[in-house]
Design a protein around this ligand. Structure first.
Ligand code: C2E
Ligand code: MG
Ligand code: MG
Length: 587
């Protein structure tokens, strides 16, 4: 009798293997090359709520819903055809009893030297539930139970991806291809936290979260579960509006949110009031990035705060462009001085009594390679902030003095005009203005009496120490000091008169009151007349700025202003045009 080889199990052995297969905890089945169940164990029967025998000849793919997932389905077909040795995937099935979700890890693998494939289905619902719970914890804020920053960004990323794909079609999925965001920051929350403590602060945040969720849920345009409301951190929240219908939807939502937040809260026996600053952005999803949208929303929220809080503000591309330009300008200011991108124009200061040009004010312009000619209001503030005003101011002073000296030498027959140069506060504090002026006057040969410096009231008021010493030293050198834009600051004439100041430049806003010649405002005239009278009594000369009409010029002359400056006399002009404006030769 031939001995049984190792590949030929005895009938007894086969029975054992079969019994073990049936008794195994792991639900299993043997599947043939057509995908039909050859034999299933009791474990699989129990899992699927059927008798194991009933499962025979059933398509394995139906039992574990493999057709419900395109990738799993493809892999399944390849395993059946022997092109791939195994498939592993997780499928969501239903509990046979109560229909609860049942998470199954499905494996289908060829059995070496076997004719059939082995299907095993592990119930991983517990593991999955734990994972879900962990994920929920990771993605939600414990204080408000709202989605946190991480989940918010995940949803935003998905929303942008989905609607961007959709935008290539005709939004057949019912989407609009647009997206909106309300970025909200509470006003006055810090005070609550600081005075009543963090536990009360936390409860207030939770109460705010509830109201936000109500608003987001009751938006008539919201579909599905409503909009995503998330806590981004601290007292910052966001509402994400997928498939928004336009800015109206977003501003209506922001308005409702603002009303809701401003209603008093009863928290821990206290009645608390807060408000919110909300930045609103709404745009096409295509071409929008997560960062771009968030930055726009944050900037807009910041505008809402800066504009006075307790409001919503809509993103404004122009205002944003201005902000971007400001950044671009700030970074190119310093090298611009070295590259010689600045130029001066000069505007005459005309004697009211004789109508002659007594001096000119130097006004700086920036010929920016990208933005064209920029007026000083666009960049002087930035230059003051970043300190480059010191270098720029020195360049202006040197250029203006050199030019004034040139007019004098080129036109010896004319009465030489003085040049009036604007000086920023920071130049007085951060540089040795006195030494700079002395050096430049010496270098250019300009007489100190032909230089006037214009400082604003805020630069000289309350000045003790350094600014006062600088003013004294300059005045002793015979350089004149004028107070620019007078009347917009402290306007303490008595104090000014004790400083070494020789004149006032009356701010344009006073002259503007004279504009309507048919109905001149007598109050304005009375104020200006009183100021001029007082200035004269204190030994100060007065220049009126922004004189635009003959009527204004005439009234200012009658009131007693010494000099006038403005479009009525001349716009600011390049240096080469100044000689034509100068008075005839002195007698
Ligand atoms: P500011 O010193 O009060 O100069 C007068 C401004 O009023 C000039 O504007 C001038 O062009 C404008 N203006 C003159 N006449 C009229 C008029 O009839 N009507 C109106 N509406 N405006 C008139 P600009 O050149 O844009 O200068 C603005 C400000 O920039 C100056 O005001 C001054 O504070 C500052 N600035 C200009 N150049 C310099 C500079 O070199 N250094 C510093 N630190 N500041 C400067
Ligand atoms: Mg000025
Ligand atoms: Mg001025």
């Amino acid at each position: 009798m031939p001995a049984a080889g190792p590949a030929d199990p005895s009938a007894a052995e086969l029975r054992d293997v079969h019994a073990a297969f049936n008794a195994a905890q792991l639900p299993m089945a043997l599947v043939d090359a057509d995908g039909l169940v050859v034999s299933a164990n009791d474990g699989l029967g129990a899992l699927l709520g059927a008798d194991a025998a009933e499962l025979r000849r059933r398509p394995a793919a139906d039992l574990v819903d493999l057709a419900g997932d395109a990738r799993a389905w493809r892999a399944y077909r390849e395993v059946l055809r022997g092109r791939r040795s195994r498939l592993r995937c997780t499928r969501r099935l239903k509990h046979p009893g109560d229909g609860r979700p049942l998470w199954a890890e499905v494996t289908l693998a060829s059995v070496p030297r076997g004719r059939h494939l082995l299907l095993s289905v592990a119930d991983v619902s517990d593991r999955r539930e734990l994972q879900d719970r962990l994920r929920h914890l990771q993605m939600h804020d414990p204080v408000t139970r709202l989605p946190n920053r991480t989940l918010f960004f995940e949803r935003l990323t998905t929303a942008l991806e989905n609607s961007s794909y959709g935008s290539f079609g005709a939004h057949g999925d019912g989407g609009t291809g647009r997206i909106g965001l309300c970025h909200l920051d509470l006003d006055g929350f810090k005070a609550v936290n600081d005075t009543l403590g963090h536990p009360v602060g936390d409860r207030l945040l939770a109460a705010v979260a509830t109201r936000l969720t109500e608003c987001a849920g009751s938006d008539p345009h919201a579909h599905g579960d409503g909009h995503l409301v998330a806590r981004l951190g601290g007292d910052e929240f966001a509402i994400l509006v997928e498939d928004s219908t336009g800015t109206e939807q977003l501003t209506a939502l922001a308005g409702a949110v603002l009303d809701a937040v401003q209603r008093p809260f009863d928290v821990a026996g206290q009645r608390l009031s807060v408000s919110a600053s909300i930045g609103v952005v709404e745009r096409l999803a295509a071409g929008t990035t997560v960062n771009g949208l968030m930055q726009a929303a944050e900037t807009t929220q910041y505008w809402a705060k800066a504009d006075g809080k307790a409001r919503w503000t809509l993103f404004d591309p122009e205002r944003n462009a201005h902000r971007m330009t400001r950044q671009a300008l700030s970074s190119s200011l310093r090298p611009a001085v070295e590259r010689g991108e600045f130029a001066l124009e000069y505007q005459p200061l005309v004697g009211m009594a004789d109508g002659a040009v007594h001096g000119v004010e130097a006004l700086v312009r920036w010929n920016h390679p990208r933005f064209g000619t920029l007026s000083p209001n666009r960049f002087i503030g930035i230059a003051e902030e970043d300190g480059s005003i010191v270098q720029l101011g020195r360049w202006v002073l040197r250029t203006a003095c050199r030019q004034a000296r040139r007019w004098q030498t080129d036109h010896p027959e004319a009465r030489p005009p003085f040049v009036s140069v604007n000086v920023a506060v920071r130049q007085v504090w951060d540089s040795d203005l006195v030494a700079d002026v002395a050096d430049i006057l010496e270098e250019t040969g300009l007489a100190p009496g032909l230089l006037q410096l214009e400082l604003t009231e805020s630069a000289v008021m309350g000045s003790a120490g350094r600014p006062l010493q600088a003013l004294r030293a300059l005045s002793e050198m015979d350089v004149r000091i004028a107070i620019d834009d007078f009347g917009t600051g402290y306007s303490n004439l008595a104090y000014l008169s004790r400083l070494p100041v020789s004149g006032l430049k009356l701010d344009g806003s006073f002259v503007r009151g004279f504009q309507d010649e048919a109905h001149p405002n007598p109050a304005d005239e009375v104020v200006v007349e009183a100021m001029v009278g007082l200035a004269h009594r204190l030994g100060l000369t007065v220049t009126a700025e922004c004189v635009e009409t003959a009527g204004q010029a005439e009234r200012l002359r009658r009131i007693g202003c010494d000099t006038g400056q403005g479009w009525w006399y001349s716009r600011p002009v390049p240096a080469s045009s100044v000689p034509d404006l100068l008075p005839a030769p002195c007698a």
